[in-house]
Design a protein around this ligand. Structure first.
Ligand SMILES: C[S@@+](CC[C@H](N)C(=O)[O-])C[C@H]1O[C@@H](n2cnc3c(N)ncnc32)[C@H](O)[C@@H]1O
Length: 249
């Protein structure tokens, strides 16, 4: 690597550290009196002692067979997870599914701050293991971290889905959105980042700019359209032929 490239990388790293520190300060002002925020931060620190998300990607990524694009790591900040779940009116009757959950911030916030059941689906075992450890440290039941590939399906059944698919390869995006349309019941809500879900299956509930670990991103809010009678019977046949997993939390 040339010296100029190394310098650029250092610059990007410093700018990102400044962004995350600023956002954490803003969250501290907003959530400093909320016990869920402190408990989550403390559990994450303890669950991740001696390891980083990029370390997990470096160690397990090559054997996963996924492309570099699919393995680009970035994270939803706790305050942003809170705002997203609030925008979708999430409550204790919901089952929130994060497709590609990484460290599991969103499922943990869904359980801790909204009392929803939550599932984090993730292809890299290192994330799943530490997500379970964080849930254990928080004494949480009703949060389930599962190892799986969202391109393959069937996806867990939920009422609210989150897909941070900003960097996904086109073929992975196509596969996961197809599986999502199969799994989501009518009126399920979903959030996707950077691109909207297919309008044939999803109503547009609006878009917002929100803060993520890598910077601001556009968030698309959706509601699953009802299926017509004809699509319903085709869907039932399709799901029967694939099998389906229910939430096991
Ligand atoms: C950009 S990160 C987002 C993490 C988390 N959703 C968040 O917002 O904090 C995407 C995650 O999806 C995972 N991932 C990528 N491809 C996947 C696949 N085919 N099946 C399941 N997880 C996948 C990656 O390992 C990574 O942890």
């Amino acid at each position: 690597m040339r010296a100029t490239e190394s310098l650029e990388l250092v610059g990007v790293g410093l700018a990102n550290a400044a962004w995350v520190t600023t956002r954490t300060g803003i969250e501290l002002l907003r959530f400093g009196r909320s016990s869920w925020w402190w408990r989550l931060r403390w559990a994450m620190i303890r669950a991740w002692v001696g390891q980083t998300p990029l370390g997990v990607v470096r160690r397990e990524g090559p054997a996963s067979g996924l492309s570099a694009e699919d393995l680009v790591y970035g994270e939803t900040l706790p305050g942003t997870a809170f705002d997203l779940l609030e925008a979708l009116d999430v409550g204790p009757r919901d089952v929130v599914v994060d497709l590609g959950c990484g460290r599991g911030v969103l499922p943990l916030v869904a359980r801790l701050a909204f009392g929803a059941r939550a599932i984090g689906l993730e292809v890299l075992e290192g994330f799943v293991m530490r997500g379970r450890r964080a849930a254990g440290l928080l004494g949480l039941e009703g949060v389930d971290f599962q190892t799986g590939d969202f391109r393959e399906g069937p996806l867990p059944r939920g009422t609210v889905y989150f897909l941070a698919g900003t960097c996904l390869e086109a073929s992975s995006w196509a596969a996961v959105t197809r599986n999502l349309a199969d799994a989501a019941p009518p009126k399920a809500r979903a959030v996707s980042l950077s691109q909207a879900l297919p309008s044939a299956e999803w109503e547009d509930l609006g878009r917002r700019e929100m803060a993520f670990s890598w910077g601001p991103a556009t968030v698309f809010l959706h509601r699953r359209r009802s299926r017509s009678r004809r699509t319903r019977s085709a869907h039932r046949a399709h799901v029967r032929s694939k099998g389906s997993t229910g939430p096991s939390a």
